[in-house]
Ligand binder design. Structure first.
Ligand code: ZN
Length: 246
């Protein structure tokens, strides 16, 4: 199901089915998670869903739009490397255009980085001006987690909202489930910014970003929570794709 492992002969058949493009980022995720969390999570979810959908997963976009202080820690952490909006739009658009040229018509853009959404939407809008018979779904994995599961997983810690959940319970749990060997379990911390203003400040003042880069309580993460999240999200992706792209 991974396009990168296919020959062109296999690809030319697979491209006619569901094509999944994971959208990631290269961004700090606290002292305990690697910089590619936003690539790993949508890529692994894409693989799980593609298995059931007989879909094809394209190589992920490994960089994303600029990390914002109150949803990703912002640009000042070492490593966080981001794209201009225009670059990201054209990167996605070029991939969609060429995949369409090869016969791709049904696309799922599976996002793993909060800040990518508007740029993915713009790329799809521009794409549809030419590709009149293409159909696409854009979804961010956290948006399809059910309220019931949110209540269960955040029962002890309390749910702070998805933007603040950066490098915290959901992402740490999913990484413990998908690639435990990349989680520094002895470095997991709870943290919080001194304040979270409901507006953006440029350049960002230090007190709106926690020093660790963890925006909430990562110590409440577990592999079991990661498994619950992964299973529910995969089921939802499969259901949504069958419903909207059948
Ligand atoms: Zn993330």
């Amino acid at each position: 199901m991974l396009a990168e492992h296919m020959t062109w002969v296999e690809y030319q058949e697979a491209v006619k089915k569901i094509v999944i493009l994971p959208l990631g980022a290269f961004e700090q995720h606290g002292p305990h998670l690697p910089l590619n969390v936003d690539v790993v999570i949508p890529s692994r979810l894409a693989e799980c869903a593609a298995e059931q959908l007989e879909g094809m997963v394209l190589p992920a976009i490994n960089y994303g739009y600029k990390s914002q202080p109150t949803s990703g820690g912002g640009p000042l952490f070492p490593g966080t490397t981001s794209l201009d909006g225009e670059t990201l739009i054209h990167l996605i658009l070029d991939i969609l255009r060429d995949t369409y040229r090869h016969g791709g018509r049904k696309f799922l853009l599976l996002n793993g980085h909060y800040e990518n959404m508007a740029f993915a939407t713009e790329a799809v809008d521009l794409f549809l001006r030419e590709a009149k018979d293409a159909r696409l779904v854009i979804l961010a994995w956290w948006d399809i987690v059910s309220e019931k599961l949110v209540k269960e997983i955040w029962a002890e810690a309390g749910f702070p909202g998805w933007d603040t959940e950066h490098a915290s319970i959901a992402e740490t749990s999913l990484m413990l489930y998908f690639t435990p060997e990349h989680v520094r379990v002895d470095k997991i911390v709870d943290d919080q910014s001194e304040r979270t203003p409901p507006y953006a400040i440029f350049p960002p003042p230090a007190d709106i970003v926690p020093k660790s880069g963890v925006l909430y309580k990562a110590t409440y993460a577990s592999q079991a929570k990661g498994e619950m999240l992964a299973k529910e999200i995969t089921e939802s992706i499969v259901r949504i794709v069958r419903q909207e792209l059948a």
